[in-house]
Design a protein around this ligand. Structure first.
Ligand code: 26M
Length: 804
């Protein structure tokens, strides 16, 4: 891309605005100001976009297709400006035009096409693929409505539709000429032709058009612009008559209408299955169509294409690739199977049994008869081949089909060449526990790829103050080589740098405090400890343990008026799945204690509770740079990785945590003096599970602090609670506290007491913050993606026809 100076930018912007809106930018809304800028930016990368795609094809480079049901890209304006290397020019140019970049940027909708960690990871990976210059494409669904917009009414979560396309979408390009047909329902028959080859014919299928919308994924100042392809379901042109009723027409639109808002609990719903097949099939078809243009023998497909499936949601890509290779391209089962396994790889993101996808065979058979046949045959051959080698018991435990259901994880493992976990601990649990049977069969398929985050969005864009500090102390190499951030360690004793770290944090806290004051009408002191827990609401993540600490602290302050401890602001951001009753009760509880505490002047502002509404990527960018303390307090063994832990660390927050997920690796890098570890380890949890001896009521009876705090839930101390107090109390006392909160209570409280002490010593605290920032380099998604590329996708070394 050609460089552009400030005055050139101003001219182009004025012209662009005039072209699009035919009036002056000064009188426009920020949405309009954004749209004009977005189109200008798109002009700037469009030739690189085309060139990147053409180059991959001309060089016949191996490409990876990242299939994900969810993407959470966040607003793209600043990211594109940064990656194009014109963030400063545009900021300055807009300022000279009397506009503020942040204001204009807020005119963009934040596409919430994902639930949480899994979707955000997919978007970090897209950024890293482009920024490391790797040929990687996204494949997903263009949901008409994103994840619901969260409102609090009387402290309860209310879900509103999120019409993110309301003002159009400047970044996407509709590519009707690349549309494909996806078939549902009907019957299949297998008939031999004259030469005795079997032919599959379909009858009475419902044919749906999958139309791709492409979005550029701009690499960091390297000229690479990759593609994210999201599919939308439509009635095929000229076939409207086949969908005569309103209901039938709606049925088509329905497929890509909205994102399922649940990220922890699987429900076998037909529409969800339609979504999964829809984008898997469309993606595989478009990949195969591309491969055919290369004019190579089918056996080269795995040398040119890697398909990665993000959790089991796109697993139907496996039988779909089999179907196309056999039924449409005439390959034998054996040929198709070898190619499919070599092409596909799979990431597991959870060990929670309730989140494992299983589909009823009957439902699958009605919706996808041919795909079901293929899955049954994969299963039959698997059992036939493995039983003599591993015996009946082990083999049957790995069966894809059991009890009238199809187990998607089993299909994903058997039909791929690689399965990875997302943190060392998680992978070890998969190997030794959850998927041990498969490990015995396929030890070489298993590998770990610890998650990472893009430091461009999560440091450069969201924390410009810290970015400047880094540039001025250690130079700018860290921006392309995140491990260089370790150079900051040399400044651990530099009082000036430590004071600057403090000053940057304070500025970020003021920025967030301003938001809280304006949007929530709560005044918080920027000098208080900002203690942050931001993640989906789930019992295993133990937001409730955080609440118990707050209530304990509340009691302590009530008992000791005028006590001298640092002020704390407890900051929560969390959405609950709409059907997750218990999680919604916790939301109500947090809002109720916020109401109680924030309005109690006798507390002298020593505690405040801020529960932001509608937490998502944009709010994360505001909160994370302002955090002093990062809460990563899941029950050990339950959080596969976590990624907010990495973002918060890179922004200088100190972590209070159990030894779970990738937080274990944060501990390894930053060292025990610079992190607050508490609670049971995974081994201790396993032992306690096995012993079957846990008795939460006994802790309640014997530990006075626990008793006092829990009693607050049921004795009317917290105004505004209805059933929630009793239900939550019962979950902890009567139903034996499934996630062992009470067991970890004391050590959690003690860790927080240590934080109070340590925060007082500003220099020591700032040094620890510095060491956290300096140790965050290994969590750059650039490294994660390079390991995927080298070890799973083999994007570098590929077999060429002449190598044979
Ligand atoms: C499944 C079936 C039906 C409807 C929805 C789902 C579903 C959607 C999302 C299930 C799980 C989903 O996401 C799980 C997830 O986000 N897992 C998180 O992945 C992160 C990235 O690897 C990890 O850091 C988190 O620890 C893990 O909880």
């Amino acid at each position: 891309m050609q460089k552009m100076d400030v005055s050139q930018f101003k001219d182009r912007y004025k012209k662009k605005f005039q072209e699009r809106f035919a009036f002056n930018y000064e009188n426009a809304t920020k949405q309009e100001q954004f749209v004009a800028l977005g189109h200008l930016v798109k002009d700037l990368y469009s030739s690189d976009w085309k060139e990147t795609v053409d180059t991959y094809q001309e060089n016949k480079q191996k490409q990876v297709y990242y299939f994900s049901m969810e993407f959470l890209p966040g607003r793209m304006l600043k990211s594109n400006l940064l990656n194009l290397g014109i963030l400063d020019v545009v900021q300055e140019g807009l300022a000279e035009l009397g506009l503020d970049l942040d204001e204009v940027a807020s005119g963009e909708m934040d596409p919430a096409l994902g639930n949480g960690g899994l979707g955000r990871l997919a978007s970090c990976f897209m950024d890293s693929l482009a920024s490391t210059g790797l040929p990687g494409n996204g494949n997903g669904i263009r949901y008409r409505y994103g994840l619901f917009k969260q409102k609090f009414i009387d402290g309860h979560q209310i879900e509103l539709p999120e019409n993110w396309l309301r003002n159009g979408n400047v970044w996407e390009v509709r590519r009707e000429n690349k549309a494909v047909t996806v078939r549902f329902g009907g019957q299949v028959s297998l008939e031999p032709d004259n030469e005795g080859n079997m032919h599959v014919t379909y009858h009475n299928t419902q044919n749906i058009l999958a139309v791709p919308y492409d979005t550029a994924m701009v690499g960091y100042q390297n000229g690479t612009v990759n593609n994210l392809r999201l599919w939308s379901a439509e009635i095929p042109y000229g076939e409207e008559y086949l969908f005569p009723t309103e209901e039938e027409r709606n049925g088509v639109k329905q497929i890509t209408e909205y994102l399922y808002p649940d990220d922890s609990n699987y429900e076998g719903l037909l529409l969800r299955l339609k979504q999964e097949y829809f984008f898997s099939s469309a993606g595989v078809q478009s990949v195969v169509r591309y491969f055919k243009q290369l004019n190579l023998d089918w056996s080269y497909l795995p040398d040119k294409i890697a398909i990665h499936i993000n959790d089991t949601h796109p697993t139907l890509a496996i039988p779909e690739l089999m179907r196309i290779l056999m039924d449409e391209e005439g390959l034998s089962w054996e040929q198709a199977w070898e190619i499919t396994k070599k092409t596909i790889s799979y990431t597991n993101h959870t060990i929670l049994q309730e989140a494992m996808e299983r589909w009823s065979i009957d439902m699958m058979n009605l919706l996808l008869p041919r795909i079901t046949q293929i899955i049954m045959e994969i299963n039959r051959r698997h059992i036939e081949k493995k039983t003599p080698l591993y015996g009946e018991d082990l083999t049957n435990r790995t069966a894809i089909v059991a009890n009238g259901e199809i187990k998607m994880a089993n299909l994903a493992i058997i039909g791929s060449h690689s399965i990875n976990g997302v943190a060392k601990l998680h992978t070890n649990i998969l190997i030794n526990h959850t998927l041990h049977d498969f490990y015995l069969m396929y030890p070489n398929k298993f590998n770990n790829k610890t998650n990472g985050v893009t430091m461009r969005r999560w440091l450069q864009i969201s924390n410009p103050g810290l970015t400047d500090l880094l540039d001025e102390t250690i130079g700018t190499e860290w921006k392309t080589n995140a491990n260089d951030i370790i150079l900051l360690k040399a400044y651990a004793e530099d009082k000036e740098v430590l004071a600057r770290i403090d000053a940057v944090k304070l500025e970020n806290k003021k920025r967030f405090a301003k938001y809280v004051s304006e949007e929530m009408d709560i005044e918080i002191d920027p000098n208080a400890i900002f203690d942050v827990q931001i993640k989906r609401l789930h019992a295993y993540k133990r937001q409730l343990l955080n609440v118990l600490h707050i209530l304990d602290r509340y009691q302590y302050i009530k008992d000791n008026p005028g006590v001298d401890i640092p002020k704390r602001v407890f900051i929560f951001g969390a959405k609950a799945a709409p059907s997750y009753h218990y999680a919604k009760q916790i939301i109500k509880l947090i809002n109720a204690i916020a109401e109680m505490i924030n309005n109690d002047s006798s507390l002298n502002d020593l505690i405040k509770v801020v529960f932001v509404e509608n937490y998502g990527v944009s709010l994360a960018e505001l909160i994370i740079p302002a955090a002093d303390v990062s809460e990563q307090i899941s029950l050990a063994g339950k959080e596969a990785s976590g990624t907010s832990n990495m973002k918060l660390m890179a922004n200088g927050a100190l972590t209070i945590a159990t030894m779970d997920g990738a937080t274990v690796e944060i501990y390894d890098y930053v060292g025990e003096e610079n992190i607050y570890i508490f609670g049971m380890s995974n081994e201790e949890v396993q032992k306690l599970n096995a012993a079957n001896s846990y008795n939460s009521r006994e802790i309640y009876e014997k530990n006075p602090a626990v008793k006092r705090v829990l009693n607050m839930l049921i004795d009317g101390s917290i105004p505004g609670l209805e059933d929630e107090g009793q239900d939550i109390f019962d979950s902890l006392v009567k139903y034996n506290d499934e996630y062992y909160l009470l067991k970890d209570f004391d050590s959690y409280i003690n860790a927080h007491k240590q934080i109070d002490k340590d925060f007082r010593n500003r220099e020591t605290w700032n040094r620890r913050a510095l060491l956290n920032i300096a140790s965050s380099g290994p969590f750059s998604a650039d490294y994660t993606i390079e390991r995927y590329a080298d070890e799973i996708w083999k994007l570098g070394a590929q077999r060429e026809p002449e190598d044979l």
